[in-house]
Design a protein. Structure first.
Length: 477
């Protein structure tokens, strides 16, 4: 289950240096290595065995500040190495097993992210005697409680499950020295603020705090003011800017059936589209896309969304990670915390209406200084959201025509009704005086089977209405 630590560390790259690159060479020579952070030998050995030597920008800025004991607020996208940025300093503080209760707590919004963080800690602490436990919902708490009772140094948890176990009296947090909030923006989007505030009330006030968020929402800023003390701000990637190693492309696609046809056309190039994550806005579309790819036998597919059981979701992610399947279809919430190496493409089958989710989606590819590609399908109503996304990321997404080989289907009546209604709603939101151009219409029946036709047919057949309301056959003269 332990994946390679590609999200958190960038592989060393040997690039030729020419005489004309003198200035860049000087800058590279000044860039610190992990040895410069004064990490202990056990950590350095673990990092070396993973094959990494060059810290990412967020690690270069965060590690010294965290090791010096500062509270830190980090604005960093998924895939920039933020996990190692807080895990390595944390392991310097929690060097060995001590006592029974946790000394560090890491909060994350989803079970997948909790599992990922726990695995990362296990990798980095391979030569340390440190006990790490991850707890999350979706499974029974018995095994998790038993692991906690056996003794724990670092606890990784979703807020809801942490409070559940705490209320059972099975978790003591009075020895906590460090608190980390990872993906704070998403935790707030998912409604975890009440649990977070409860947790802040029950843990020691004297502690080090680290908060990481992909975007700087006003709510995140308010949260940081509540529990960070004189924080040092680390912002290595401009707010809401996509990862630079990801190319982007937009197709205007009129309807669902044409989206499927375009998907089928693109996936004929199996060498290029070798490991793909496909994002949908709804569980229904996730299932539809998964079923289509499964019927086509396109190299195997798994799907993760809220209606899938815990074990099903874990097995799906593992199958994709291990290369057993080429495609992973996911909704936005279910995909949080899924960190997988070598994702070639992200397909935005539906346009996200929470615009920051677009940044999270495409951050699944182009990791650890590798290149990746993002493709987005948008119907007429979804183009409204494309405009907003482009304003957020401060760039225009290049548009490409639908290939001539792809059949463009006529939009079904019901689907066109939904698109027209959404366009009308968008106009109303932008212009309060807009009265609306959309009127609900019923599809014209294929055959006239109304009452009048039935009566005429009955008369022709020789039937007449009786006083009782029934019908009887006329007597022929």
């Amino acid at each position: 289950m332990i994946e390679e630590e590609n999200d958190n560390l960038a592989p060393e790259q040997d690039e030729p240096i020419t005489p004309e690159d003198t200035q860049e060479t000087a800058q590279e020579e000044e860039q610190p290595s992990f040895e410069d952070f004064k990490l202990n030998r056990q950590l350095l050995n673990a990092i070396s065995e993973l094959g990494y030597q060059k810290p990412t920008p967020v690690q270069m800025q965060t590690i010294p500040l965290a090791m010096a004991g500062h509270d830190v607020m980090g604005i960093a996208q998924t895939g920039t190495g933020k996990t190692a940025a807080y895990v390595l300093p944390l392991l310097m503080k929690v060097k060995y097993a001590q006592g029974k209760h946790p000394r560090a707590l890491i909060l994350a919004p989803t079970r997948e992210l909790v599992m990922q963080i726990e695995e990362n800690i296990q990798k980095f602490s391979a030569y340390l005697d440190v006990r790490t436990v991850g707890i999350f919902g979706g499974v029974g708490p018995k095994t998790q409680i038993e692991r906690i009772q056996a003794g724990i140094d670092i606890l990784v948890a979703t807020p809801g499950r942490l409070m559940d176990i705490y209320r059972k009296g099975e978790l003591h947090l009075k020895e906590l020295k460090t608190l980390v909030l990872d993906e704070a923006d998403k935790m707030m989007d998912m409604g975890f603020m009440p649990q977070i505030r409860q947790i802040l009330e029950i843990i020691p006030r004297k502690r080090q705090n680290l908060l990481f968020s992909a975007t700087m929402h006003e709510r995140v800023h308010i949260l940081s003011e509540e529990f960070l003390e004189f924080p040092m701000i680390v912002e290595v990637t401009p707010q809401a800017t996509p990862v630079e190693t990801v190319s982007q492309k937009l197709y205007r696609v009129p309807n669902l059936r044409t989206k499927i046809a375009l998907l089928e056309h693109l996936f004929q190039d199996k060498e290029t589209f070798n490991r793909v994550m496909i994002f949908t806005r709804s569980k229904t579309n996730a299932d539809n896309v998964s079923s289509f790819l499964d019927r086509k036998g396109e190299g195997g597919v798994r799907v993760v969304h809220g209606n899938k059981g815990q074990n099903t979701r874990i097995n799906a992610v593992e199958a994709f990670r291990e290369g057993e399947v080429r495609y992973l279809v996911a909704t936005d919430v279910a995909a949080r915390g899924i960190d997988i190496n070598d994702v070639s493409h992200v397909i935005n089958f539906d346009v996200p209406i929470i615009y920051e989710d677009y940044v999270h989606r495409i951050g699944r590819t182009g990791r650890a200084e590798q290149t990746g590609a993002s493709i987005i399908f948008a119907n007429e109503a979804e183009m409204h959201h494309i405009d907003r996304i482009e304003k957020l990321i401060k760039m225009q997404i290049p548009e490409a025509p639908i290939p001539a080989e792809v059949r463009v289907y006529e939009t079904p009546f019901e689907e066109q009704q939904l698109i027209d209604r959404e366009l009308d709603n968008q106009r109303r939101r932008e212009d309060p005086n807009f009265k609306g151009a959309f009127h609900e219409k019923k599809a014209r029946p294929k055959e006239n089977i109304g009452k009048g036709a039935k009566v005429r047919d009955a008369k022709k057949a020789g039937w007449k209405k009786t006083k009782s309301g029934g019908a009887s056959k006329r007597k022929s003269r």
